[in-house]
Design a binder for this molecule. Structure first.
Ligand SMILES: O=C(CO)COP(=O)(O)O
Length: 248
């Protein structure tokens, strides 16, 4: 049985208070499609006001520290994130793996902290262009998945996002056959890592998804949704992706 589609907007470091109206507009479109799940992960500063503005809509964070508290200047714990009104957190995005030197072990610890706080987690994995050119894409991604994988996985709280690094923000999208191969490899790896229940874990595709290519990407076997950056910032751009997911 196909999983419910899940469309998540990652606003990255974009959005001031003025853009709350966009979240309101996006939530209104999402509310017309009860058969799919939609979330926006705005910058931390907008989580509480967004959760207050659209209480029935899913708001998430983009990162979370693995510790419950302590001397970690500038960081937020999972409990703090939950208290702001977020219901989930993106973890291990390639921009953080690169810029903040996050390791698979860091991502695993963060996933466990998020789960302990009662939040959902979206663990991101993806190969660089050089790794794909070397024919190592599947090996790299499955290795990241294994290293980042929490001890008590369950589809109730865990989602995986496959985001080829070279497709993020570039307008370049892999061939659907490559997306199919990778998502099948991730599904297979999930089966080895968690046995029963692996089929229910949603695997999102991310990287230059937009209103024009969403339907084709979402039709690929084992693509259970999308993690969308640039095209999630306005209802005008994100709406067609939500509609494509609802129609798929
Ligand atoms: O990194 C992404 C989502 O997490 C994808 O970003 P773009 O959709 O802007 O390529």
């Amino acid at each position: 049985m196909a999983n419910r589609k899940f469309i998540v907007g990652n606003w990255k470091m974009n959005g001031l208070h003025d853009q709350l109206s966009d979240i309101g507009d996006i939530a209104a479109i999402a509310s017309e499609h009860k058969d799919i799940d939609v979330a926006i992960c705005p910058p931390t500063t907008l989580i509480a006001p967004a959760a207050e503005k659209v209480p029935d809509f899913m708001i998430g964070a983009q990162d979370c520290h693995s510790a419950a508290n302590g001397a970690h200047t500038g960081c937020l714990s999972a409990d703090m994130i939950r208290e702001t009104g977020a219901l989930l957190s993106i973890l291990g995005h390639s921009e953080r793996r690169a810029d903040q030197h996050e390791t698979d072990a860091d991502v695993k610890a963060k996933a466990e902290a998020v789960h302990a706080a009662g939040l959902g987690a979206i663990i991101c994995v993806g190969e660089t262009e050089a790794e794909r050119d070397d024919g190592k894409a599947v090996e790299v991604v499955c290795g990241q998945l294994e290293g980042s994988f929490p001890e008590e996985p369950s589809a109730d709280w865990l989602t995986i996002a496959y985001e080829p690094v070279w497709a993020i923000g570039t307008g370049r999208v892999p061939e659907t056959s490559d997306v199919e191969e990778m998502h099948a490899a991730i599904r297979n790896k999930l089966g080895k890592l968690m046995g029963d229940g692996a089929d229910a874990v949603r695997i999102l595709y991310g990287g230059s998804m937009n209103g024009g290519n969403a339907a084709a990407l979402l039709a690929v076997p084992n693509v259970d949704g999308g993690l969308v950056g640039g095209a999630s910032l306005t209802a005008e751009k994100f709406g067609p992706i939500i509609e494509a997911a609802a129609a798929s």
